[in-house]
Design a protein around this ligand. Sequence first.
Ligand SMILES: Nc1ncnc2c1ncn2[C@@H]1O[C@H](COP(=O)(O)OP(=O)(O)OP(=O)(O)O)[C@@H](O)[C@H]1O
Length: 262
Amino acid sequence: MPALAAPDAAAASPASAPAVEFAGVTKHYGGPAGSAVVALDDVSLAVEAGEIFGILGESGAGKSTLLRLCNGLESPSAGRVSVEGTDLSTLSKARLAAMRRRIGVVFQGFNLLGNRTVRQNIELPLKLQRTRDREFVDQLLDFVSLSHRAGNYPAQLSGGEKQRVAIARSLVTRPGVLLCDEPTSALDTQTTHDILNLLVHTRDRFGTTIVIVTHELDVVKAICRRAAVFEGGRLRETLTVRGERREKPESYLEHARSVLLS
Ligand SMILES: Nc1ncnc2c1ncn2[C@@H]1O[C@H](COP(=O)(O)OP(=O)(O)OP(=O)(O)O)[C@@H](O)[C@H]1O
């Protein structure tokens, strides 16, 4: 198993606009009996193009809300969310839809269609746009090492394979930004390592900026250059990951040995 690639190998020049920028963003939701829940409170952060950026926080910290604002599923109560230099609130419905195709999403639960094959799942976003790109789909199947599984259905795949299909599907519209919501929480240690490797390769090959929401510090340590720590909707601190990344063991047995015998 190769070690993970350097976390900032493809970081873009500082001159380019941030891939994602929050400027003074607050998000309220209506609570019971007219009360309001403040899910995000005056959050400002910038994710550089080509960066793999972590979002950390305990349950209810506001992580999912931040992702929904990033891909324009929700709009802020105050402040500005920009993607690739464009303030999402300035976009017409059609242009927001086009922008959302520049933003891929990968979920903890994979969200694959059970009655479609691996290839059909990957092709689905193109089909919804009434386009085809068979050659790119073939390239993506190869990229995620699933060419031999193209005709299989999700139920015939392992969790790691399902997540690789989901990653290929998220890349088929060639997004500039990939949002990952707890992408490895349902996976074992070795499979987590493989998926994190794939995310690093995605950034290196396609230049994709990756924002990864997780509660797993090891995940951030393995692939992120920086991570924002949220508590109760507030950005408490943005940390720069320091030190040597621990190389993951070659096999599950070695991992078990290193944990149980040390
Ligand atoms: N649609 C909604 N309506 C009302 N309150 C909401 C809504 N969505 C989120 N909240 C509240 O906003 C706060 C932040 O929620 P959010 O889901 O963003 O947190 P999270 O960090 O992603 O949590 P988890 O890790 O459990 O998914 C919580 O108090 C939550 O109850």
